[in-house]
Design a protein around this ligand. Structure first.
Ligand SMILES: Cc1cc2nc3c(=O)[nH]c(=O)nc-3n(C[C@H](O)[C@H](O)[C@H](O)COP(=O)(O)O)c2cc1C
Length: 306
């Protein structure tokens, strides 16, 4: 059999393969360039950008948990101007899709960052972080369907780049937000961001995170993420990008069978920065062994129990 076709499309965004690295877990690419051949990835999603540089939350900002981690990094970033000036020249040299994650507090901050990036050469898509659980102000965009639609609708008028809305799982019905952002003009949906969590050191009785609560990620959240992807993919026509606890080709396939067109790898990058490339190789090997000529054939092809 010839090499399997791993390419997928996220709206008008073409990806050589469906494996991306998740925002906040791969810096701005350059931090990993020495360890990893980034061109092997389908794309890279950069750390959430805000208008101004931001120091993030007070330390400690990470704690290990059973099968995962808690973080309260917050939106620590260099700010959009420094990003364009200092980070984009390197990102432009990479032979992979560049997806820039946009955040903020009030709506105007999202608009400002999006406007600054709209004409910036070398950006293939924007991912809108509607869901960071660690900052105040941004939260209602991810939990109130009308505010979510207002945000995406406003950004839709500011840029012609593909818009990927990244949703929070910290809500009763994720599909309600998904249908509203689709209607407002989103080209794709990413699911999920971290799940709100907390841990306490019993010897000091202090919370393990300076911000008290944070976001849970890693293998512990994989089943929650797969359920979210399955539910959202059933409700919307736009592509869904699955995120949550992926560290192997088998994990990625589970998400794709549940309905994801592509996947992102987050926490696993901290354990092994080459995880993305290994997952790409594993997907190709699985396609060959399973007589599947193109990976897109598995998207949403779950068999229901009889
Ligand atoms: C340390 C850390 C920082 C993160 N920073 C961001 C961020 O800036 N913006 C964002 O949209 N998601 C951020 N995330 C969430 C990840 O992109 C991803 O949605 C989440 O971790 C679930 O995937 P995983 O289980 O593979 O890590 C961060 C996650 C971690 C662990």
């Amino acid at each position: 059999m010839t090499q399997p076709d791993l390419s997928v499309r996220i709206g008008k965004l073409y990806l050589e393969n469906p494996v991306l690295v998740a925002s906040g877990t791969f810096g701005y690419g350059s931090e990993y360039g020495h360890f990893v051949d980034i061109s092997l990835l389908g794309g890279i999603v950069t750390k959430t950008l805000t208008p101004e540089p931001w120091p993030g939350n007070p330390p400690p900002r990470a704690a290990e948990t059973a099968a995962g981690m808690l973080n309260s990094i917050g939106l620590q970033n260099v700010g959009v101007e420094a990003f364009i000036r200092e980070k984009m020249p390197y990102l432009r040299t990479l032979d992979t899709a560049i997806i820039v994650n946009v955040g903020g507090g009030p709506l105007e901050e999202f608009v400002y960052v999006t406007e600054r990036l709209a004409d910036c050469e070398g950006i293939d898509a924007l991912e809108i972080n509607m869901s960071c659980p660690n900052v105040s102000g941004g939260l209602d965009f991810s939990t109130d369907p009308r505010r979510a639609a207002q945000l995406i609708g406003t950004l839709r008028r500011v840029t012609s780049l593909p818009i990927i809305a990244k949703l929070t799982p910290n809500i009763t019905d994720i599909t309600e937000i998904a249908t509203h952002v689709e209607e407002a003009g989103a080209d794709a949906i990413s699911a999920i961001n971290t799940i709100r969590g907390m841990a306490i050191d019993i010897s000091t009785r202090r919370p393990k995170l300076g911000a008290i609560m944070g976001g849970l990620s890693g293998p512990a959240i994989k089943p929650v993420a797969i359920a979210a992807v399955y539910q959202v993919a059933k409700r919307v026509r736009i592509p869904v990008i699955g995120i949550g606890g992926i560290s192997s080709a088998e994990d990625a396939l589970e998400f794709m069978i549940a309905g994801a067109t592509a996947v992102q790898i987050g926490t696993a990058n901290f354990v092994e920065p080459r995880t993305g490339a290994t997952v790409v190789d594993g997907l190709a090997a699985w396609c060959t062994a399973s007589d599947v000529p193109a990976i897109r054939e598995v998207i949403g092809r779950m068999e229901l129990p009889s």
